[in-house]
Write a protein that binds this ligand. Structure first.
Ligand code: ZN
Length: 250
């Protein structure tokens, strides 16, 4: 995960009358205790072309979570940071709650673009540091501290880094792993899953091969080669591996 600079301009579809009507309809349903299901959200609105296009542009055509390129994956999927239909604080059976953050289904700040796998793995999982701070009833997210970092709002590099091609929690001065990062990496997104690990290993190996017969020390060579190869650019797949690498002081 890397920090994403999201466009301040909200795509026109999300400001349309159709979206206002949908929000009013959802609020009305909740007020009347009617259950809200997936079918009650309009994908042609939250997943409209202008929304998808802006998300992809802002994210340099990469998954907001795992950084794989979305260009060969049909442009990825519109992903709601806070789940719109149901949420779970844990993966345990029966942990699902509804309604979830239905009023944020068409909210630009709640939208990201992700690959299918990240979307599937995260699914409705959205734990908080303090579950007692969840206040769906009043549509109040002011007190929430989500475990998952929204890369448009916080820099994931504050709590996680790469060690070679593995994503790892940063450690404090005592050598303890950051617990929040642990949960994101191992549970919510599974960022070291086999397919991803293999993809990153190949990128990493190709990079290391370029440095092979050098006389310069590894750190210096690393920095030179990253710069030379243009690997520190935001649109590079897995750029975090080069710019947020524990073993190099970039
Ligand atoms: Zn992904």
């Amino acid at each position: 995960m890397i920090r994403i600079q999201k466009s301040a301009a909200v795509p026109a579809t999300l400001l349309s009358q159709d979206v206002s009507n949908e929000k009013a309809r959802l609020n009305n349903m909740v007020a009347n205790n009617q259950p809200i299901g997936y079918k009650h959200f309009k994908k042609d609105l939250y997943g409209a072309l202008d929304v998808r296009h802006q998300l992809l542009t802002d994210q340099h055509e990469k998954c907001a979570y795992c950084e794989t390129t979305l260009l060969d994956k049909g442009g990825g999927e519109v992903e709601h940071f806070r789940p719109k239909t149901k949420y779970r604080a844990t993966r345990q059976r029966g942990a699902s709650h509804a309604p979830a953050y239905y009023w944020l289904a068409y909210d630009w700040n709640n939208m990201l673009c992700s690959c299918h796998e990240c979307n599937r793995i995260k699914s409705t999982l959205f734990p908080l540091v303090q579950e007692a701070n969840r206040d769906i009833q009043h549509q109040n997210i002011g007190q929430e501290q989500p475990i998952l970092v929204n890369p448009c709002q916080l820099d994931p590099a504050n709590i996680m880094e790469y060690r070679y091609y593995l994503v790892c929690p940063k450690q404090d001065a005592q050598g303890n792993d950051n617990v929040q990062a642990q949960q994101i990496i191992n549970n919510i997104l599974k960022l070291n899953r086999d397919d991803l690990k293999e993809l990153r290993r190949r990128h990493w190996q190709a990079f290391v091969n370029r440095m092979h017969n050098s006389q310069v020390d590894f750190d210096t060579m690393f920095r030179q080669k990253v710069a030379e190869s243009g690997l520190a650019a935001e649109d590079v797949e897995f750029v975090g591996m080069y710019v947020n690498q524990k073993y190099k002081n970039m």
